[in-house]
Design a protein around this ligand. Structure first.
Ligand SMILES: C[S@@+](CC[C@H](N)C(=O)[O-])C[C@H]1O[C@@H](n2cnc3c(N)ncnc32)[C@H](O)[C@@H]1O
Length: 214
């Protein structure tokens, strides 16, 4: 089997259902033991060397962005939303709960795309489509781009920023949730909200900002 068609049963078998601390409205399949899950992913895909299971956690940037759209539903209500780097689908699901007309969740990882569908079903949320890498294209039919924790390394940031700029130039509203990663050009963004997101491991808080492209 290739990872192009990850069964929903895999996600259910290797995760637990939890509510992200800052977004208790949504339930997600998340991993307690990321290393064990990663090994299981490699076994599932014939040892193909998968990327880490980013999809099995609610990242601080995603939690902040999800919190923001739930508390500011007018940002997405009635609009077509792209959740870029969707991971678990947390932001996509929050956007639908906030009244988005439709949501497209984009992630390169086929495990993520299956997890988004499983998590949507878990929450009884429809209207969430999934797709792969859209960064080389222009956003079409999208009103709002939501990007939670996508600037986690330099290479990814260098691919994401031109896409976000093109989306903004095409008239989309663009929001980025970010826990202070160094690659994001904060000087050309506008902060619209700041949240203290509890860390997944440990008692600390992660100051996380929702930025908007002006
Ligand atoms: C740090 S995780 C954030 C997940 C989610 N947004 C959250 O905040 O919980 C980043 C995600 O970006 C995805 N990703 C990496 N490159 C991508 C690309 N070119 N297009 C879409 N997603 C990508 C990864 O697979 C991963 O799921």
């Amino acid at each position: 089997m290739t990872a192009r068609s990850v069964p929903a049963a895999f996600v259910r078998a290797h995760t637990r259902v939890r509510r992200p601390s800052s977004v208790p409205e949504v339930r997600l399949h998340v991993a307690d033991d990321v290393v064990a899950l990663w090994e299981a992913m490699e076994a599932e895909d014939g040892g193909a060397g998968e990327t880490p299971p980013f999809w099995a956690a609610a990242w601080p940037g995603g939690q902040a962005l999800a919190r923001y759209v739930l508390d500011h539903a007018d940002a997405v209500a009635g609009r077509a939303v792209l959740d870029l780097g969707s991971g678990s689908g947390l932001v996509a699901l929050a956007a639908r709960l906030a009244g988005a007309r439709s949501v497209l969740a984009s992630d390169v990882d086929p495990f993520s795309r299956t997890a988004v569908g499983v998590n949507a079903g878990l929450n009884g949320i429809g209207g969430v489509g999934v797709t792969g890498d859209v960064l080389g294209r222009d956003p079409v039919g999208i009103d709002v781009v939501l990007a939670g924790d996508v600037c986690y390394d330099r290479e990814m940031t260098e691919r994401v920023l031109p896409f976000l700029d093109r989306a903004r130039a095409a008239g989309c509203d663009v929001y980025v949730g970010d826990p202070g990663r160094p690659y994001l050009p904060h000087e050309r963004l506008t902060a619209v909200a700041v949240y203290e997101i509890p860390e997944t491991e440990g008692p600390g808080l992660r100051r996380t900002t929702v930025w908007r492209l002006p």
